[in-house]
Design a protein around this ligand. Structure first.
Ligand code: SF4
Ligand code: MG
Length: 328
């Protein structure tokens, strides 16, 4: 497929104040130079422990904040350099679905008003046509048309997430960031929402950036999976390849914690427990950021940042030792 979005060296640092009087500043290296393409029509998943920069990556690509450095090329234009005014006509095409639908729905607005608002705002419906369009969108997400007159508190968590998806769809998006979009839901409801997202992707040709902390969830829905650690990409590969031939020691550790569906292999699988906590993004380790927890780290890992390289076709990794016979 063709790249829909090209991300190059994308970096986002936040400046925070420390201390009671805010006299000391610090820089949070939330995102530190990630490079990849989002291919049209794919589901690209971003996984990693909380605080690794997944949400910052999603928000920065959507220009919900301003990058510190790097490029986000969409339709031949670098979103990183566009002003808010220049971004406005592109906003409808680039949508996001967040984890907690309750916090993003206005409790005083009906579901119908909530879904109608972006269409009226972006000129995709008129007062005359909007009710029909709202009904069609509710049907798209598996809700009856009569829900248009209800309020968020009258709906279940899964129904509210369907409303948020309908609202994102209302703008005819091409690219949707699903930021932990199912994490707050019960497991049975998660499966329903995943099925819905997949149906909508097929129907409307959507491209997803699917942010999750759980590798097991993304395995079957992803075209490709990227693993993040402390603001950088550790590894990126087609989903089956990543699960069958992980190259990065961090990916291997994450995968060893994923329950194996087959009870026979469950018994033989080596569970690898990661030592220590994730270091602070205010003071990230030198060289490879994973070296403080990596079971095979050597001197070069502490001294040099590993290059982001294509170790196998379509399989990228940032590790000095991966694929050289050095990694276990
Ligand atoms: Fe481990 Fe070194 Fe590879 Fe980093 S570069 S993951 S520390 S082996
Ligand atoms: Mg997050």
């Amino acid at each position: 497929g063709e790249p829909l979005i090209r991300v190059r060296d994308l970096t986002k640092h936040f400046h925070v104040r420390l201390g009671a009087f805010g006299q000391e500043g610090a820089v949070v290296h939330a995102l530190d130079g990630i490079t990849f393409d989002v291919i049209e029509g794919e589901t690209l998943s971003l996984v990693g422990e909380s605080g690794c920069g997944k949400s910052t990556a999603g928000n920065t690509i959507l220009r919900l904040n301003s990058p510190t450095a790097g490029e986000i090329v969409y339709k031949g234009r670098d979103l990183a350099r566009l002003s808010e005014k220049e971004l406005r006509p592109l906003r409808a095409e680039l949508q996001v679905v967040f984890q907690d639908p309750y916090s993003t729905l206005n409790p005083r607005m009906t579901i119908g008003e909530e879904i109608a608002m972006p269409m009226l705002h972006h000129g995709q419906a008129t007062k005359k046509t909007v009710d029909t369009k709202v009904a069609a969108l509710l049907s798209d997400v598996g809700l009856p048309a009569r829900f248009a007159s209800r309020y968020p508190h009258e709906l279940s968590g899964g129904q509210r997430q369907r409303v948020v998806i309908a609202r994102a769809l209302a703008c005819n998006p091409r690219f949707v960031v699903c930021d932990e979009a199912i994490s707050a839901l019960d497991v049975s409801v998660q499966a329903q929402i995943i099925n819905l997202l997949q149906d909508l992707q097929e129907k409307y040709g959507l491209t997803y950036l699917f942010i999750a902390h759980d590798l097991a969830v993304v395995r079957h829905i992803s075209t490709r999976v990227a693993v993040m650690y402390l603001g950088r990409f550790a590894e990126l590969a087609p989903s089956a390849e990543l699960f069958e031939n992980p190259l990065h020691p961090y990916t291997k550790a994450l995968l060893s914690a994923v329950p194996e569906p087959d009870p026979v292999t469950e018994r033989t699988r080596q569970r690898q427990i990661l030592q220590g906590d994730v270091p602070s993004p205010m003071d990230p380790p030198s060289g490879c950021r994973f070296h403080t927890r990596c079971p095979i780290a050597t001197d070069i890992c502490r001294a040099e940042v590993p290059e982001w390289r294509e170790a196998r076709p379509g399989h990228h990794v940032a590790c000095h030792l991966a694929g050289e016979g050095g990694a276990p």
